[in-house]
Design a protein around this ligand. Structure first.
Ligand SMILES: Cc1cc2nc3c(=O)[nH]c(=O)nc-3n(C[C@H](O)[C@H](O)[C@H](O)COP(=O)(O)OP(=O)(O)OC[C@H]3O[C@@H](n4cnc5c(N)ncnc54)[C@H](O)[C@@H]3O)c2cc1C
Ligand code: SF4
Length: 328
């Protein structure tokens, strides 16, 4: 690990000022960034510790929530309003990592955690376009069981590893940002980028910008929701496939539906095609399957991850059946 400066800040203005110098990075719980620094994959000159910024979960007049970026994953998962009105978010958080890591990890850091592609972490022996521009991608033609089936490019097939972000995508969460040029907001679904020709650019964040909060709006589909994660081990493993979904059924017809997939792309994948096919229809397993088929029609696979297409379809159908009471 290379030497670096460390500064803990108490408010947003101090954070932005401290990060204005080039080469600085924000530090949340450090559960991802410090590992990357230890392996010399990331080498910031300075760490600006934002883990002690206000960690509040504020209930908004419309029943929504504004969640500070420094809120720990475990605190968010346990919050009574999250459990009651946004159960998919609580379940997604609890499906991630371990209790110890969730106690350290912050909301801001979770959104910005980096891929778990093994070649990305193998700085000494593997080619990786995300680590080094134009180096090549050893996952293509290598071990790609965990890799993307949607939205990938010939330059990178990595997936985004966050469970929390899959639920945030389904919930239409908003990410609030602050920078020296002012504040702005971005829908979570637009925050992460697909790799294209520049897999090293993973988000729409500007240099020095700070995630300050995320915001959720309530609704029946958010309240009637769940998260299912399929993985190689029943705990402490990243998703092969995950599904966050919420459904509101009125008079036998789907009035609102939210579906997002994890483990399939470089960003949490909002399944808009499937949602469109199901909106206004009666909830039946055949319709769920047709919608899942349509969503996955554009999937592109390798030998190692071809199984994920059918797994994603079956998980979508099973989750929607569970939420609506339809027999799968
Ligand atoms: C063994 C292990 C297993 C895991 N399993 C899972 C799993 O199953 N599912 C899952 O979802 N995750 C899993 N994780 C990942 C874990 O969720 C992340 O490491 C964690 O959420 C990162 O949060 P952090 O606060 O520690 O981020 P940090 O490591 O502190 O930071 C991560 C990134 O976010 C940036 N950052 C932090 N806060 C801000 C901010 N406010 N504004 C702008 N930038 C910011 C940092 O600069 C850095 O680039 C696992 C991690 C480990 C080590
Ligand atoms: S999939 Fe992406 S992160 Fe993994 S080796 Fe290829 S370029 Fe690197």
């Amino acid at each position: 690990m290379r030497p670096f400066a460390y500064q803990r800040v108490a408010d947003q203005d101090a954070a932005l000022a401290a990060a204005a110098s080039g080469g600085a990075r924000y530090l949340g719980g450090g559960t991802n960034l410090v590992d990357l620094m230890r392996q010399n994959i990331e080498a910031p000159q300075a760490l600006v510790d934002v883990s002690r910024l206000p960690a509040e979960i504020i209930e908004l007049p419309d029943g929504g929530l504004r969640i500070g970026a420094a809120v720990r994953n475990s605190a968010l998962a346990a919050h009574p309003t999250v459990r009651a009105r946004y159960p998919m978010l609580s379940r997604a958080l609890l499906a991630g990592a371990s209790a110890q890591i969730r106690n350290m990890a912050t909301v801001g850091g979770n959104i910005l955690q980096r891929t778990r592609c093994a070649y990305f972490y193998d700085a000494a022996g593997s080619r990786c376009n995300k680590r080094e521009q134009h180096a090549g991608c050893d996952a293509i033609g290598g071990f790609n069981r965990y890799h993307a089936i949607l939205g990938a490019s010939p330059h990178c097939i990595a997936t985004h590893p966050s469970d929390m972000c899959v639920a945030l995508a389904a919930l239409d969460a908003t990410v609030h940002l602050a920078g020296n040029g002012g504040a702005r907001s971005v829908p979570l679904t637009d925050f992460h980028r697909l790799p294209g020709e520049t897999p090293e650019i993973e988000t729409v964040l500007h240099p020095g910008e700070l995630i300050t909060a995320i915001e959720l709006t309530p609704g029946p589909a958010a309240a009637r929701s769940t998260y299912r994660k399929v993985r190689d081990r029943s705990s402490y493993a990243f998703a092969l496939i995950s599904v966050a979904a919420g459904v509101d059924v009125v008079d036998g017809k789907i009035r609102d539906i939210r579906i997002a997939l994890g483990g399939v792309a470089a960003k949490p994948w909002r399944a808009r095609q499937a949602e469109k096919m199901l909106l206004g229809e009666a909830p039946t397993p055949d319709r769920f399957r047709a919608a899942a088929d349509a969503e996955l029609a554009a999937a592109s696979t390798f030998d190692g991850n071809a199984f994920k297409v059918e797994l994603a379809k079956r998980t979508i159908v099973a989750v929607l059946a569970q939420l609506t009471g339809a027999d799968a």
